[in-house]
Design a protein around this ligand. Structure first.
Ligand SMILES: Cc1cc2nc3c(=O)[nH]c(=O)nc-3n(C[C@H](O)[C@H](O)[C@H](O)COP(=O)(O)OP(=O)(O)OC[C@H]3O[C@@H](n4cnc5c(N)ncnc54)[C@H](O)[C@@H]3O)c2cc1C
Length: 416
């Protein structure tokens, strides 16, 4: 990406926020109406196009290589940093891009249209790690970590363990007080970006007598003695996204490495996973749209029985249904993202967006393979990868069952 494009990415966001806020509030005040959820300001549209161009020029040529090597290309990673994509919501005073959450969502969607592994990297790094630090860390911690996370290394969110997945707060990693330090012991599983992370946000129980209210979040630097990262898991999809087990064996951290308040880790995990889920929703609509964009032109070209396969009514109806479902998913995701920027509680909306978008991406990518016929089943085309990549959406950051339980809880509260 050239310097001016980079500047666009680095400098536009503040105007996006201001302009979007002004547009939305003035429209509301003037007419009592709101702008459509998927209305993009000129600046948001430009941001979307800039990331789409980067995805096409820089990510696309490397997709298969990265998938085979199970890792993100080093030069590409550098470009993601250089172009401000690893510090999207990091304020400019910490050398970040200074975007709002909605813009981050647009970036994740555009990247995932080309490679959902890069979508996962940018999404988790921004919506879980950077976001938690930005909103909860003290000034000294922000100064220490945010510039590095925006420009130098990735970060990982370490909650899940071999024995605690959906039941996350039953985690067994402990942090024992020793003078003014804590000693962390435990193992975290399925940790995204841990192959390239420079810092881990570790959820450990620092007072087991308090149950889940003892869970506290710690900054753990990769180079601290006792930290070890296993080799990446061999996965069905998002194969270039490094997912590893991370062990913490007698890792000594100073008390000043506590992120936010002691005993509030469970609250941070629950709260920030809400935002994270909107990001997964964006990854899923990106995958679904990427599959559609690679399919519909083919149906307009491919002929059987002497006509384009798109002309068969049964094909048209199925394509229309998939496109409509993807648009529904997009509206749920964009709505939840706009609500995050408006500082509203999004527990229900994030669960709805993630559940619907991930189930929809599975259906859409499967249907796209059907529409392609035999070629869709080969690695010569991207469809089989879109299909495999879509599968993770119903699992990480809370399975589909857990999202439905969250939605049901909100429904019960509303009607009780
Ligand atoms: C590629 C990948 C990347 C990941 N990245 C991260 C990361 O960066 N950081 C991190 O902390 N974690 C990460 N995870 C972990 C992920 O969040 C968990 O895998 C997920 O929460 C599910 O937990 P589990 O795998 O233990 O499944 P389980 O909790 O064992 O669930 C198995 C099945 O039981 C169902 N189930 C469980 N409890 C209930 C219930 N109460 N009601 C109904 N159904 C239930 C589930 O829906 C599921 O179908 C990642 C996982 C993967 C696969």
């Amino acid at each position: 990406m050239n310097t001016s494009a980079r500047l666009i990415l680095r400098c536009l966001p503040r105007s996006i926020i201001d302009k979007a806020c002004k547009l939305h509030s003035s429209a509301s005040l003037a007419s009592g109406q709101h702008l459509p959820i998927n209305f993009l300001t000129e600046d948001e549209q430009m941001m979307k196009e800039t990331v789409a161009k980067l995805a096409k020029d820089e990510v696309l040529p490397l997709v298969r290589k990265m998938e085979q090597e199970h890792k993100v290309d080093k030069d590409l990673l550098r470009k993601l940093f250089e172009n401000g994509l690893m510090g999207l919501e990091v304020p400019t005073e910490y050398d970040g891009t200074g975007c709002n959450f909605f813009t981050t969502i647009l970036a994740v969607e555009e990247l995932s249209k080309v490679d959902a592994s890069i979508g996962a990297l940018v999404d988790i790094h921004n919506t879980l790690v950077n976001s938690l630090i930005k909103k909860v860390a003290n000034e000294e911690q922000k100064k220490k970590y945010l510039p590095k996370l925006a420009n130098e290394y990735a970060g990982s969110f370490c909650l899940t363990e071999p024995g605690s997945g959906s039941d996350a707060f039953s985690l067994k990693t402990v942090a024992k007080k020793d003078g003014s330090d804590y000693i962390i012991n435990g193992a975290k599983m399925w940790i995204s970006n841990s192959d390239i992370a420079g810092v881990f946000l570790v959820f450990a129980n620092a007072d087991t007598s308090q149950g889940y209210r003892g869970i506290t979040t710690f900054f753990v630097d990769r180079d601290m003695p006792g930290v070890s990262v296993a080799k990446p898991e061999d996965k069905l999809g998002i194969r270039a996204s490094g997912t590893c087990m991370v062990h913490f064996e007698n890792v000594r951290v100073p008390e000043t490495n506590i992120l936010g308040e002691f005993g509030k880790g469970y609250k941070y995990a629950a709260g920030f996973l809400n935002e994270g889920r909107v990001g997964i929703g964006a990854q899923m609509i990106g995958i679904a749209q990427g599959a559609l964009d690679a399919t519909i032109p083919y149906t307009l070209e491919r002929k059987q029985f002497g006509k384009q396969i798109f002309e068969f009514q049964s094909m048209q109806h199925q394509i229309a249904q998939v496109v409509t479902e993807v648009e529904c998913a997009r509206l749920l995701v964009y709505n939840a993202a706009r609500l995050v920027d408006a500082k509203q509680d999004v527990m229900k909306e994030a669960a709805m967006a993630k559940w619907y978008a991930s189930e929809c991406a599975q259906r859409a990518t499967s249907k796209c393979i059907d529409f392609m016929g035999g070629v869709g089943f080969t690695t010569d085309y991207p469809h089989e990868k879109f299909y495999r990549d879509s599968k993770i959406g119903t699992i990480y950051e809370g399975t589909s069952n857990m999202q439905l339980s969250t939605i049901a809880k909100a429904i019960k509260k509303q009607y009780s």
